[in-house]
Write a protein that binds this ligand. Structure first.
Ligand code: APR
Length: 247
């Protein structure tokens, strides 16, 4: 099932970077964005995931994020999340950068998780930036900042907003140095995250894609598994353990 080239890349790898997207949470029952039936097949992303959408209708935006947060809280990590958690323990130099906001990687036990697009569990003031970690209950009306009176908003990066600078810089620097780069469950459509697999390839990494569908990145990957991540990642983990004669 696995090529000699892939085995070799694993055998000689010390540093591994993983980039995940919504597809890694699909088998946990959470919708992706661009699949048939995904969020953007039902909603206009600018209305729900942009500063102008929030300004126009903060109630609609809060209702959507609150519903997604409840689903994320009720969801359980799937075998793909758990395989990534184990990979973190095998490779001395490992980092996981996710575009997901559902915190299922953390729920699966991943420690070195960097959230490129924020998270859906916390909120902050849209005006002064004050962070609210406590429960935001929109049934009591829209949450306002206790300090400046501005609207509180989900701590998710919206279209048109900058990604957290320090995390993006860390992602770019690590991408340039890794031996193997896995791009898992992402359509590779949204920049700057979508640039990372290309940068990895240009920097000499062995790049592995996991996605049941082809993406615009597929033709650049050294190997592309047309499988659901929850199915193939445990098999890749077993290969890693075998090749690294680990455990
Ligand atoms: N395993 C792996 N991949 C899967 C699975 C699965 N079981 N099911 C679907 N996929 C793939 C789809 O083929 C698709 O290519 O997951 C990918 C999900 O792509 P998107 O829906 O575009 O999600 P993502 O790439 O994470 O989007 C990036 O866009 O809307 C913004 O901020 C949002 O973080 C998000 C960003």
């Amino acid at each position: 099932m696995f090529s000699e080239e892939f085995r070799q890349a694993i055998s000689s790898a010390n540093s591994v970077m993983i980039l995940t997207g919504a597809g890694v949470s699909k088998e946990s029952g959470l919708d992706t964005f661009r699949d048939a039936g995904g969020h953007w097949s039902r909603y206009n992303p600018i209305e729900l995931a942009s500063p102008q959408g929030f300004a126009a209708d903060p109630k609609l935006v809060w209702e959507w994020y609150s519903a997604r947060k409840e689903k994320a809280l009720a969801a359980e990590p799937n075998p793909g999340h758990f395989a990534i958690t184990e990979m973190e323990q095998i490779f001395p130099n490992f980092s996981l950068f996710t575009q997901n906001v559902d915190r299922l990687h953390q729920k699966a036990g991943s420690k070195k998780v960097h959230e490129l697009h924020g998270n859906i569990m916390s909120a902050h003031c849209n005006n002064c930036g004050l962070v609210y970690m406590n429960e935001i209950d929109i049934t009591q009306g829209l949450p306002h900042c206790a300090v400046c009176g501005g609207y509180a908003r989900p701590s998710v990066v919206w279209f048109g907003e900058q990604l957290p600078e320090e995390i993006l810089e860390k992602a770019i620097n690590f991408t340039k140095s890794v031996d193997i780069f896995f791009t898992i469950g992402t359509s590779a459509e949204v920049y700057p995250a979508a640039h990372l697999p290309h940068l990895a390839k240009e920097s000499g990494a062995f790049v592995v894609e996991v996605n049941p569908n082809e993406t615009s990145f597929t033709r650049f990957a050294d190997i592309s598994f047309r499988n659901p991540s929850g199915e193939i990642l445990p098999k890749i983990l077993n290969l890693i353990k075998e090749v690294k004669s680990y455990g």
